[in-house]
Design a protein. Structure first.
Length: 258
């Protein structure tokens, strides 16, 4: 509990935590502005255009912001100690080492889960209030029907945070770890999308962006992602994204001098 308390104090005592959380929460405002703009455009369009007009699920499109933000937070939670040299003090106080990483993981998970839930559900509520029954009822679906996907999207946020923490502990460089996360989100899906079939569909199903819909048994229509995984398989892959880097980081942390 002492280690956990110290990690909580570290996380809340640095300015970067508040800046990153603020950036993630700003997604709600951005979603509302975009939804209101889309609603205004819809209202001024002729009936024939309104009949075919569609809008994406904004909470699904915008979840990438809290994902990346919490991924960066996970990276900084460990790499900042290497940058300042505080890691030597931390490891001297916690010589077994793995409890230090475990405490960081739990602290980052709790914060990112809360932020993810607020952003996903807040963006959904903001978009629904602005759009109403426009766009052929895109946001007129009952909340209960949308709830599973909202929960799945929320779970990807702490997964990104733990992925960032694991990469940061392994690489010990904020720039390198953040570059890997950004590559997983932007670069790898583009590469996979250009791989010949059936490999494109197969590999695309394992991309982290493909997992939320597969978790609830839906397909990733009109996207570069695949939809071949069952919900249990998708859950296993999501857990692997979060846990495997932490396991590797724990092994390296125990072998290194610092």
């Amino acid at each position: 509990m002492s280690v956990l308390t110290s990690e909580y104090v570290k996380l809340r005592s640095v300015r970067s935590t508040y800046l990153i959380v603020g950036l993630a929460l700003s997604t709600i405002l951005a979603g509302f502005v975009l939804a209101a703009t889309a609603a205004g455009t819809y209202d001024t369009a002729p009936p024939e255009r309104q009949a075919v007009a569609r809008i994406a699920n904004l909470e699904e499109a915008f979840v990438i912001v809290p994902q990346l933000a919490m991924g960066v937070l996970g990276v900084l939670a460990i790499t900042s100690e290497y940058t300042t040299g505080l890691i030597r003090t931390s490891l001297a106080i916690v010589p077994r080492r793995w409890p230090l990483l475990a405490a960081k993981a739990l602290t980052v998970t709790i914060l990112s889960l809360g932020v993810g839930a607020v952003v996903v559900f807040g963006t959904y509520a903001a978009a629904r209030s602005a759009i109403g029954d426009r766009f052929s009822g895109a946001y007129a679906t009952a909340f209960g029907d949308r709830l599973p996907l909202l929960l799945a999207l929320t779970l990807t946020v702490p997964a990104f945070a733990l992925l960032g923490l694991g990469l940061g502990a392994m690489l010990r460089s904020p720039a390198a770890a953040i570059a890997v996360i950004v590559g997983l989100v932007y670069v790898v899906p583009i590469i996979v999308g250009n791989v010949p079939e059936p490999w494109s569909e197969t590999l695309g199903s394992f991309m982290i962006g493909a997992l939320p819909r597969q978790l609830v048994g839906e397909t990733n229509a009109s996207s570069v992602y695949g939809s071949l995984l069952s919900p249990p398989a998708a859950a296993t892959v999501l857990i692997a994204y979060a846990i495997v880097p932490l396991i590797a980081a724990t092994a390296l942390l125990r072998r290194r001098d610092v």
